[in-house]
Design a protein around this ligand. Structure first.
Ligand code: 2P0
Length: 320
């Protein structure tokens, strides 16, 4: 009744922002992401009939903030008549700072919970369960370039290109390590209800996904760079125009974007993307990664730089 799963965060190149069904946590738009290799969350779930309540530690420290969402995730995966769980989470990167920690956490939790309870789910059902916990978590079930599509009444997720077919590198510039002011779940609803740009964001998403998919098939880096930066800035425009405004960037975020633009003007294969946080992810061709890393490290306000390739989907690492 104990299982451990590992999952890596993913970074969306075509973003998820907004929900079409809040109760079932269904996204308003499809999205396309890359799963990272070297950042990870490990989730051990120990179902224990003698435990009085669910318990969670994150990197050895008791955590009550994330516990209600994890308990709800376990209820969906295992059933509400389940035993209580001792959950031990380990994560090698900052939590809740725009590095998709909820994606890797809930992907790992979904896989570990199903295994601990001896449940066998088909891939679409597993994606649906992970997605109900956190929309982006469904994408971390898969490796490489991953697309999440809306189906008539749920979601479907699949790898559209394995990492080995186009082994891009991501250089993450950390500009702030604290948790973000407004979580994505609440922020998406603020945007849906108040942003004058929200409807056009949703309407244009399928066209952006088509361009990105074609860029992947053709391994056309410039095409992918253009559509990913456009989609990222469009999402942030929706956020900025929300009331209250949702501005996740700081001055160093802007400087990093300028660093990436300068590199690109100088012939470097690199583009930026930014999520609901101040970190800048520079996606680059492998041969240009050292140059991108040096330039971002030298950018004022950058606290740390992490480089990673593309990795695999969530997987079970232990079951007892
Ligand atoms: C993404 N983000 O596509 C976008 C870009 C943030 C900005 O997916 O409410 O934490 O749990 O479904 O999965 C963050 O959204 O939101 C996210 P919920 P989640 O990566």
């Amino acid at each position: 009744m104990r299982a451990t799963a590992v999952a890596q965060p993913n970074i969306a190149l075509i973003k998820y922002w907004g929900k079409r069904d809040v109760t079932r946590n269904l996204p308003a738009v499809g999205s396309l992401s890359i799963t990272l290799a070297d950042l990870f969350t490990s989730m051990q779930i120990d179902l224990d009939r003698t435990a009085a309540c669910d318990e969670l530690t994150v990197n050895g420290i008791a955590d009550s903030d994330m516990l209600p969402r994890l308990s709800a995730c376990l209820d969906r995966v295992i059933g509400t008549d389940r035993a209580h769980a001792r959950i031990v989470s380990r994560c090698n990167f900052p939590v809740a700072a725009g590095l998709a920690s909820s994606a890797s956490a809930f992907a790992a939790a979904t896989v570990a919970a199903a295994a601990a309870a001896g449940k066998q789910y088909d891939p679409d059902r597993l994606a649906s369960l992970a997605g109900q916990a956190s929309g982006s978590a469904a994408r971390s079930l898969y490796g490489g370039f991953v697309e999440l599509r809306n189906t008539d009444d749920d979601i479907a997720v699949s790898t559209v290109l394995p990492a080995s077919d186009w082994p891009l590198v991501v250089v993450v510039a950390i500009t702030e390590s604290g948790p973000k002011a407004v979580g994505s779940t609440a922020a998406m609803e603020i945007s849906r209800k108040t942003s004058p740009f929200y409807a056009s964001w949703v309407a244009q998403q399928d066209a952006d996904l088509t361009v990105a998919r074609n860029a992947l098939q053709q391994r056309d880096f410039d095409k992918l760079a253009d559509i990913a930066e456009h989609n990222c800035l469009k999402m942030h425009s929706v956020m900025w125009a929300s009331r209250p405004p949702l501005v996740y960037w700081n001055a160093a975020t802007m400087r990093c974007m300028e660093t990436v633009r300068e590199l690109r003007r100088a012939g470097c294969g690199v583009f930026f993307t930014i999520d609901a946080g101040p970190q800048v992810k520079a996606v680059c061709l492998p041969e240009h990664a050292p140059r991108v890393k040096d330039a971002l490290s030298a950018t004022i306000g950058v606290q740390d730089v992490t480089t990673t390739g593309l990795g695999d989907g969530a997987r079970l690492v232990a079951q007892e």
